[in-house]
Design a protein around this ligand. Structure first.
Ligand code: SAM
Ligand code: SF4
Length: 442
């Protein structure tokens, strides 16, 4: 521990996906291993790091707005260090220091493990720093992540993305794929299980391309299922073009791997999928769903969808609606296309007017909500295995947990059950929530 850092406090503000949440936990681990303490609020912090997302323009603006909000505080407390880390830092680098005089530190996605050293340098030299190189380098943190959730843990298994989906900025901001060693991942999950965590979610932009030279993704899953003792295993995200029969067999064959497949389809039209460079067509996607359902009939299948990609006609959008009716996803994340500079799609005219994008999004959400509600309705009367995560947000008398298919369940029960796996009889359902009664015996 560096003595100078003993009483210093940090504050981490995180935007974006689960990979960013996991990166922030890793950063918190590194800082706390060096004696930093978490600040209750940013007003008392010696260091404020904003971990950013740029996947859509709205996300980027939110993150930038939050960094600007720190300017008056920095003015009042000039010794406080303000840092921008993650995807926005990677994308704009040095320019952020020029635009924002109150920012001291800009650290890209692959340089995050170097933050403690950068902080030392900054505190001694008071020179503002940028570190955004090494987009193909390994990401190895010294310390264990500091996880707030003591029931479910996120474990990053692969960094970066080698796909080139034409709309997506992630390959630029997160660099080339690099898989962590399977031995290290298995050891980490075993430690988590031993210390009481019940569930892990393995993270990567495309977990199916995981390969450390010894294990591919199904091998890794099998090892985690047989060697760690963790109760539940999830993983995101699976690219439809890479989801193999071996993976499906692996999920079908291990009780601890949840039968939940998150496979972003993005669109229902072959021409749009081609222009997105997704590497599969509508027919391939439908066959994939069939392969999953044949092996695991009650699998939950979820997706990401985008509307308003350049050139998307009414008819092509109707094919996305049609795909939703054909597949019947359990749930979907749905977005309006947002131009990202530097991506291949940014060369195409963003010619679907915003009102049309909004209308299509609303139509798609409405349809998906109807389908989700119907699927959930069919679960009434069934008994579900639920991992209890905490109190319900709506009512402190009720508990909230998730099924193996990752559906939220609300039911009455004692807070002592938090962290336990229980049986719940489903009695009612909506598009987003199941409601039930505890049925632990019988
Ligand atoms: N790697 C994952 C995959 O391939 O599905 C997820 C990556 S991305 C962080 C999550 C979702 O954001 C994507 O599936 C896509 O639907 C959406 N997305 C990515 N780029 C976008 C853009 N330029 N505009 C709108 N949505 C976008
Ligand atoms: Fe982006 Fe495609 Fe990679 Fe997902 S697979 S992160 S959408 S480039």
């Amino acid at each position: 521990m560096l003595l100078a850092e003993k009483h210093l406090k940090y504050c981490l503000i995180t935007y974006g996906c689960q990979m960013n949440d996991a990166d922030s936990e890793a950063l918190a681990g590194e800082l706390s291993a060096r004696g930093w303490q978490r600040a209750e609020q940013e007003q008392e912090a010696d260091l404020v790091l904003v971990n950013t997302c740029v996947v859509r323009r709205s996300a980027e603006q939110r993150a930038l707005g939050r960094v600007w909000q720190l300017a008056p505080l920095k003015h009042k407390r000039p010794k406080m260090i303000v840092g921008i880390v993650g995807c926005l830092a990677q994308k704009d680098g040095e320019a952020l220091l020029e635009e924002m005089p109150h920012v001291d530190l800009v650290v890209g996605t692959r340089a995050l493990p170097g933050i403690p050293v950068l902080l030392e340098e900054l505190r001694h030299t008071r020179r503002r720093l940028v570190s955004v190189d090494g987009m193909d380098r390994p990401v190895v943190f010294d310390a264990e992540p500091l996880r707030e959730n003591r029931i479910k843990a996120m474990v990053t298994i692969i960094y970066g993305c080698n796909n080139d989906c034409s709309y997506c900025i992630v390959p630029q901001t997160r660099g080339r794929e690099w898989s962590r060693r399977a031995d290290d991942i298995v050891a980490e999950v075993a430690r988590l299980a031993k210390r009481g965590w019940r569930e892990v979610t393995l993270l990567g932009q495309n977990v199916n391309s995981y390969n450390d030279g010894c294990c591919d993704f199904p091998d890794l899953l099998r090892r985690i299922a047989s060697e760690t003792g963790i109760e539940r295993i999830r993983y995101v995200t699976s690219h439809p073009k890479d989801l193999s029969d071996r993976l499906i067999e692996t999920v079908a064959g291990a009780a601890s791997i949840c039968e939940n497949f998150h496979v972003p389809a993005q669109a229902g039209s072959d021409r749009i999928l081609e222009r997105m460079s997704r590497g599969y067509g509508r027919g391939d996607y439908l066959r994939l769903v069939e392969r999953i359902r044949r092996a695991i009939p009650d699998a939950a299948i979820t997706t990401d969808l985008m509307v308003g990609f350049p050139g998307e006609t009414d008819d092509e959008f109707a094919q996305t609606l049609d795909l939703a009716r054909a597949v019947r996803w359990d749930s979907a994340f749905m977005y309006m296309y947002s131009v990202r500079d530097g991506t291949p799609a940014a060369q195409l005219p963003d010619d679907v007017p915003i009102e049309v994008k909004k209308r299509r999004l609303q139509q798609l959400i409405k349809l998906q909500e109807k389908i989700s509600a119907e699927i959930n309705e069919q679960l009434t009367g069934s008994r579900q295995e639920v991992l209890v995560e905490g109190l319900s947000r709506r009512s402190a008398e009720k508990l909230m947990g998730r099924t193996r298919g990752d559906k939220v369940v609300v039911f009455a029960g004692s807070p002592e059950l938090i962290g336990q796996t229980v049986r719940v009889m489903i009695t009612a359902a909506s598009a987003y929530t199941l409601f039930g009664e505890l049925r632990n015996s019988g």
